[in-house]
Design a protein around this ligand. Sequence first.
Ligand code: HEM
Length: 242
Amino acid sequence: MSCNLACALRQGTQHAHVLAENTALMKAWMKGMVALDAFRELLVNLYFVYGSLEQQLYSHQTHPVLGQIYWPSLNRQDNLRQDLVYFYGQDWQQHIRPRTAGLQYAARIGVVGLTAPERLVAHAYVRYMGDLSGGQQLQRIARTALSLPLKQGTRLYDFEDLPSVEAKKRFKQRYRDALNHLPIGPETVQQIVEEANLAFRLTCDLMQSLEADLQAALGEEAFQSILQGNRPPLHPARPSVA
Ligand code: HEM
């Protein structure tokens, strides 16, 4: 059976996804151990990552490939700005500084936009499909762990146009259909899968750069116990999306 782009991305990043799920930050988060400092620092860095991505997607909106997966309602940077106002106050811009890992991730997206724009498909896929999938679970856990007030602090994961689980599910299918109809050949499919793996790696680098904050918040013993024992993959046999 042939594997279209959605299928190639899912299968081709399965291992990278398991590695991401098994970073200390994600494992602790899934256990309800969300360290405030690490969490808000993650948002700071993602603000720069999405800024770069959304600027590139905006400038390529008439590109024959990228135009097919351009949904401005997916944009996260403004929602992230609201989260940063919540966590750092109205003068948030004076209190935030991206980490090297965040800047490298954002810079890679910029380079790809200039040199190989089709590869931006990979960055959009990894971020938006991730936010619409595991991100929703992470949001629920973070809201409880940090006792956040209604609608504050996790706007990153709020998709106003897709308010229900069903709406998100339908949209993800629409996104996969769009991926499968992109006017690209097998070589570009391979390049996009390769870039998606890089996007996962850059995400892991970012999460690892926040481990010192996590360790400080949890204490050495709890942190070490998180590091031991991998999470089983959440979707050991992810169904084919062909
Ligand atoms: C512990 C953390 C995570 C959990 C629990 C999780 C969970 C999931 C689940 C259950 C799905 C399948 C959803 C579906 O088929 O509708 C999924 C898909 C996905 N996740 Fe994660 N995830 C996590 C971390 C991440 C991270 C860090 C990223 C990268 C930024 C990511 C990116 C993706 C992507 C791109 C998909 C779409 C796969 C596809 O259908 O092609 N996930 N995730």
